[in-house]
Design a protein around this ligand. Structure first.
Ligand code: SAM
Length: 228
């Protein structure tokens, strides 16, 4: 009988943010697969977990690794899928493996935990009842602009992952398109320098511009358009 694939969330910065069940699963499985070995090794050594770890599950090599992981599962061994931070598959690798496992009838079990999108949303103060998750915007300027323009009539709060290199140009575009819509920039969630910059799109853009940019990991939470 095939083993089980556990999709296991890990902390997004604060090593304390891991569930008791995730620790138990990571200790008991036969193999952990993930991305960059440094991140996961730090977590595993902090919790003294000695389960074998197979790194390099990142875009490009991910598809090649899927076959190897399926083989392990089909030998009856249990595997935990992790990524460097947060929930696997959410703007992170893992989908090809989960898809292939489901197609082969292998049991897939979620071990839920942190994700930057939900952490930012629930502390943003913006309506959480219906929201759209965009992940990272396209890299090309034209496509990014179009993706943001499409939000004009979407009556939901929107969550966007952003990098410090591009945040100023995204904020400028948001300020141009939606000057008065509420926006929250959530920075370094769960870490020492956690911060929320709240205001309208125009205000948040001006604040970040005045600071000469912002560092660290960022999530943008854009409020819905006014009703009517
Ligand atoms: N799978 C992860 C999750 O569940 O949140 C997301 C991984 S994605 C490759 C990395 C992006 O997530 C970062 O560029 C940033 O936008 C966001 N992110 C991750 N950790 C964060 C944190 N501690 N604070 C703010 N944003 C974070």
């Amino acid at each position: 009988m095939a083993g089980t694939l556990y999709v296991c969330s890990t902390p997004i910065g604060n090593l304390g943010d891991i569930t008791l069940r995730a620790l138990e699963v990571l200790r008991q499985v036969d193999l952990i697969v993930g991305e960059d070995s440094r991140h996961t090794k730090k977590l595993l050594s902090h919790y003294q977990i000695h389960t074998p770890f197979l790194p390099s599950l990142y875009e490009g090599v991910e598809r090649r690794r899927v076959g190897k992981v399926l083989q392990v599962l089909e030998e009856g061994k249990d595997v935990a899928l992790v990524t460097d931070a947060g929930t696997p598959l959410i703007s992170d690798p893992g989908y090809p493996l989960v898809r292939a496992a489901v197609e082969r009838g292998i049991r897939v079990v979620p071990v839920p935990g942190p994700s930057a999108a939900l952490a930012a949303l629930v502390a943003s103060g913006l309506p959480p009842d219906r929201f759209l998750f965009l992940g990272h915007l396209p890299r090309r300027a034209g496509r990014r602009r179009r993706a943001l323009a499409q939000l004009a009539h979407i009556p939901y709060t929107t969550v966007i992952y952003e990098s410090p290199h591009r945040v100023l140009s995204t904020l400028e575009e948001l300020a141009r398109l939606y000057p008065h819509r509420p926006l929250v920039l959530a920075r370094e969630l769960t870490k020492v320098h956690e911060e929320f910059i709240r205001g309208t799109c125009q205000e948040v853009w001006r604040e970040v511009q005045a600071r000469g940019g912002v560092r660290g990991e960022l999530v943008l939470v854009l409020g819905p358009p006014p009703e009517g």
